[in-house]
Design a protein around this ligand. Structure first.
Ligand SMILES: *Cc1c(COP(=O)(O)O)cnc(C)c1O
Ligand code: SF4
Length: 437
């Protein structure tokens, strides 16, 4: 299949859109698509989305924006400007106002956790948890299609001063050398596997050389966080450099490194296309390990049946269930967010339905400023309810694995909405204020 993508400017040329959607529905996508960048491709259109029931189709709802992602006033204001052909700059002003109200950089994404060597910042990297450094290669700040709930959305909408970027692989190697506690590099984006294999080699080859010579013997694992298997499986099948990419995976393994691809899988339906299953098989043949992670999303996967089925299918396809995340406090969180207590119920009811093999999954987890906070569940103490939580990753390694309690709150969507139980502050709060990196 030849890759073809559709965005706001040309999606009305998609035959399935014209045939199935009403004029109003198409206009709604136009309006909301001005705020949330969207991009779909011919694989999703032709092989993944079930057009007979597109309104309830999880994949349709993952890639196409929905009217309810905007407040009614916001929608009306934008719709009016578009209908009356308002000047571009006027439209953009309103669009940007709406965007900036949506917390475009949650959890200090932008200016916290950026490491330094001798006072020089390593832009395009983040080092928040002791063992793992995140790397955002400049060339991977995009995806084969866009998810409407994506928390990376500011990176895709051309507010370019905000882009993470890095060509500094040598600085990265030096940093890893000087920090023996680092065992993992996590390539992220966007989608790092959007890069051509020869571009990816520009980053990977020096890392493998440095591992070979013992300069970074502490490094044990490379991860590529990717959605390509679900959004463009041809990346591993028929793209001109598909074999070269798989050869690169083998070379990583031959260096003695563990290679994990954390796959972003929101729904079991994404695993159905034959092409996706073939891509999975080819990747596994290289010795790479596949794990799955996804946020819990209203309108997409907010029920335990679909989660149990997803984990079960993943196990059958040799993908290890890894994380269930809470929808982040950004973008269209109001539309996608599931409250903490409800999320725990969905998780628990799904977890109960699968065997121990699929219970490698952890969640629901919030990636918040102090760390990844796991919702253990609701506990009853002397007739009162509390929410039990614990860090599975902490800005301070010592915070990990220490259960703590919050007051019960059925409406709370995020850590910031919770109040500590039996105390004025959570144990991590005082320390957090002083930490900048
Ligand atoms: C999730 C995450 C990691 C990886 O954590 P693991 O628990 O090892 O998967 C690393 N850095 C950041 C900032 C993260 O959010
Ligand atoms: S695949 Fe991941 S990075 Fe890309 S748009 Fe979706 S959520 Fe964002």
């Amino acid at each position: 299949m030849e890759y073809k993508s559709y965005t706001l400017v040309n999606f009305t040329k998609i035959p399935q859109i014209v045939d199935n959607l009403s004029k109003q529905e198409i206009f709604n996508i136009q309006v909301v698509g001005h705020v949330f960048p969207f991009k779909v491709n011919n694989f999703l259109i032709e092989k993944s989305i079930n057009w007979d029931d597109y309104k309830n189709d999880p994949i349709f709802n993952i890639v196409f924006p929905n009217r309810d992602m905007l407040e009614p006033e916001e929608y009306e204001k934008l719709a009016y400007l578009i209908e009356t052909n308002a000047p571009k700059d006027k439209l953009l002003k309103v669009v940007n106002e709406i965007r900036w109200q949506r917390n475009p950089h949650p959890a200090g994404q932008l200016d916290q956790n950026i490491p330094e060597i001798d006072g020089q910042k390593l832009w395009g990297t983040q080092h928040k948890y002791r063992e793992t450094i995140l790397f955002f290669p400049r060339q991977s700040q995009t995806c084969h299609a866009y998810c409407t709930f994506c928390f990376r959305w500011p990176q895709f909408i051309g507010i370019s001063s905000l882009k993470f970027a890095s060509k500094e692989v040598n600085m990265l190697i030096e940093y890893i050398h000087r920090h023996p506690s680092i065992t993992d590099i996590l390539f992220t984006g966007g989608d790092p596997l959007i890069m051509r294999a020869n571009v990816l080699r520009y980053y990977i080859d020096p890392i493998l050389d440095a591992k070979d010579t013992g300069y970074i013997s502490n490094l044990r694992t490379i991860r590529f966080g990717t959605k390509s298997v679900l959004y463009w499986p041809f990346r591993f099948l028929t793209d001109p450099d598909a074999n070269d990419l798989l050869a690169l995976f083998r070379e990583i393994r031959d260096t003695g490194l563990h290679l994990t691809l954390p796959l972003h899988i929101n729904h079991w339906r994404e695993l159905e296309p034959r092409e996706t299953q073939l891509a999975i098989e080819r990747i596994l043949e290289t010795g790479a390990i596949l794990r799955s992670q996804s946020p819990l999303l209203r309108h997409i996967n907010d029920n335990s049946r679909d989660w149990a089925k997803k984990w079960q299918r993943e196990v059958e396809l040799n993908i290890i269930p890894y994380y269930m995340f809470m929808a982040r406090d950004t973008g269209a969180q109001k539309y996608f967010g599931v409250p903490i207590v409800k999320a725990w119920q969905i998780f628990r009811n799904a977890y109960k339905q699968v065997s121990g093999i699929a219970r490698t999954v952890r969640g629901p987890s919030m990636s918040a400023t102090p760390g990844k906070v796991l919702i253990n569940g609701v506990v009853h103490i002397k007739g009162n309810r509390y929410i039990s939580l614990q860090f599975i990753q902490g800005r301070r390694p010592d915070w990990v694995g220490r259960p703590f309690l919050a007051q019960y709150d059925e409406k709370a969507l995020w850590l910031d909405d919770l109040k500590p139980a039996f105390a004025n502050k959570f144990f991590f709060e005082e320390k957090c204020e002083n930490i900048k990196n």
